[in-house]
Write a new protein. Sequence first.
Length: 139
Amino acid sequence: MAISNPPSYNFCPGHCISKVFRLADSMSEEVFRFTEKAIDNLKRIIADNNVDTTKYGVRLGLIGGGCNGLTFHMDFEEERPDDNVSHFDGFRVIVDPMSIVYFDGLEVDYNDALIGGGFVFNSNKITSKCGCGSSVSIS
């Protein structure tokens, strides 16, 4: 269940050095990364919106839609029984089993530009993007 009035995000292409994130505390293989800028902005959004991190985590996923067929999704939600969950730097990251297979090598960054700013998803599995970068095709 999503919290009421969750913040909305703008996803655009970008790149920078990142911090490693391992999904599930028991996994030894790197799944995806957060940059320091992304971590700082997630913490800011959590604090600004008084998100109860004991109840809600940051859900990352892929949903159908957009010019290229898939759009990255980010929201605050409760865990579901089949989710992959990890505790990370003061918040939980939740990924559904259908999305996780596409996240190997994914980098979550944050672009603070006035136009096109917001969370940015970079991956070598992205084969094409629409003009604004919000929807992708993934191999």
